[in-house]
Design a protein around this ligand. Structure first.
Ligand code: HEM
Length: 448
């Protein structure tokens, strides 16, 4: 059953400064409970402690921030800095020739790399119009595998989510490198990106071989041949720049968000599906498909915002507090200390019942301004632009265009799911919008 968290206004107008309560418990056991129960475990603890904000030991000590007010601190670079601490895992630099991606860094190094990457993205986006992105996506749908009335056993054997990831990857890599890079290569990279913190040098040789192969492969792609010219104003080593482009193209939220868009589309009523379909057909059949006409699609935008509200590729941002301060939350104000680890719970904050009715449901009729003002799916406040010095995703323009256009093509497909579509956020390791992977007995694109 969907959890109803977070709790709200326990203290009402109380302005007193509270001490952050502790959930207690033994770290490994808390971790086990989180793996078993997922996000509802945070809600249960909030209710037990009568406080949204609380301390929890999950191998490391963290302060849990699960409501729409307290989570804000995680996205404020003046108050917090990034942490590369992910409980028992860390980024495996071997797969990137020993380079740590800028997203895990702070200060000048982060800012310089991000600024250069933004320049590169600006260049590639100026080479690809919304119309071209739409044509690339259409081509992928025309070439997608067709499944017709599969048995449950057959459906379960097929990795349907991989079909969607392949389509997204083909489009994304074509836009960013000027050439398609196979999903198989990206998967080899992705599987090796996180490693157990106490790794004893297993499989390093193979990872070095994969890293060399990937760097060599992308170095020959059309846009990377122009890289030095594009980022000539930045003092940044070429290998680091190539590593940034590889990491951010290979690991970003577009693949998972596209699958979530289909899952959330399947949850809609027939009437709502039809609303999306009509708007899609108006756009897809037009001769002047451009960013303005895309931006004018109100239903598609509402739907896109719902996908973003309900799912994010980074559901548990962890940051280190730069100074002692008082944080506000919907259950009161709390004193917190410099150096403490602040962990936002985005899936709960974006379902805060204080803000949204039926927060677990997809609704095309929510107040758009309210959703936009409380959305952190792109790594920062949705309404703030990405800059070199904040945490916001610079791929938001490309990512949103792709998710919106994928949605339009999904609305043209005949899809019969056989897996359970429910999304209770109990599976803490899954960053896609259902508890279990999407399986279909029928899938076909209707406008070949
Ligand atoms: C729907 C698609 C996307 C979603 C939902 C998304 C989401 C995010 C999120 C949540 C972060 C913050 C990461 C963190 O705090 O650890 C982030 C950062 C970032 N994203 Fe995206 N992203 C998407 C697409 C893209 C694309 C297409 C690119 C470019 C290839 C991209 C490039 C980046 C970069 C460079 C950062 C690091 C920002 C920084 O260091 O300050 N993203 N994105």
């Amino acid at each position: 059953m969907a959890s109803k968290c977070p709790i709200s206004n326990i203290n009402g107008e109380d302005k007193a400064i509270r001490t952050v309560p502790s959930a207690g418990g033994f770290g490994p056991y808390n971790l086990y409970r989180l793996m078993k129960n997922g996000n509802p475990e945070f809600t249960r603890l909030s209710e037990e402690l009568n406080s949204n904000v609380f301390r929890m030991n999950v191998i490391q000590n963290e302060i849990v921030l699960p409501d729409h007010e307290s989570i804000k601190v995680c996205y404020d670079p003046s108050k917090v800095k990034k942490s590369d601490n992910f409980c028992l895992v860390r980024f495996n630099t071997t797969i990137l020739k020993g380079i740590t991606p800028g997203v895990f860094m702070d200060g000048v190094e982060h800012d310089t790399r991000k600024a250069a990457l933004m320049k590169y993205l600006e260049y590639v986006m100026s080479n690809t119009s919304v119309n071209e992105i739409t044509c690339l996506i259409e081509n992928e749908f025309k070439n997608m595998p067709v499944y017709k009335d599969l048995s449950l056993e057959e459906a379960n054997e097929i990795d349907f989510e991989l079909d969607i990831k392949r389509a997204v990857t083909n489009v994304l890599t074509k836009i960013i490198f000027g050439e398609v890079i196979s999903i198989d290569i990206i998967n080899k990279f992705a599987y090796a990106t996180l490693e157990f913190k106490y790794n004893f040098e297993f499989s390093r040789a193979e990872q070095r071989r994969v890293a060399d192969m990937i760097f060599k492969l992308v170095e020959g792609t059309p846009y990377l041949l122009k890289l030095d010219e594009i980022v000539k104003d930045f003092k940044i080593e070429r290998e680091i720049m190539v590593a940034e482009i590889i990491f951010n193209t290979f690991i970003n939220g577009t693949r998972t968000s596209a699958i979530s868009a289909l899952l959330k589309f399947l949850e809609l009523s027939d009437g709502d599906k039809q609303r999306i379909k009509s708007e899609s057909e108006n756009f897809l059949s037009a001769t002047d498909r451009n960013s303005e006409s895309l931006a004018s699609l109100k239903t598609i935008h509402s739907f896109f915002l719902e996908v973003c509200r309900l799912v994010t590729p980074v559901p548990y941002p962890c940051r280190i507090l730069k100074e002692d301060m008082v944080i506000t939350s919907t259950s009161g104000n709390y004193e917190v200390k410099k150096g403490e680890l602040m962990c936002g719970k985005v899936l709960l904050a974006q379902r805060d019942p204080e803000l949204f009715d039926d927060p677990y449901e997809v609704s095309l009729d929510r107040d758009i301004n309210k959703v936009e003002a409380n959305l952190y799916t792109f790594g920062g406040k949705y309404l703030d632009e990405a800059t070199a010095t904040n945490f916001n995703c610079p791929g938001i323009g490309l990512g949103s265009t792709m998710i919106k256009v994928f949605t339009m093509f999904f609305s043209r497909c005949d899809v019969v799911p056989v897996s359970d579509l429910k999304h209770t956020c109990t599976n803490i390791q899954r960053v896609v919008g259902s508890d279990v992977p999407l399986k279909v007995k029928t899938f076909s694109y209707q406008n070949k």
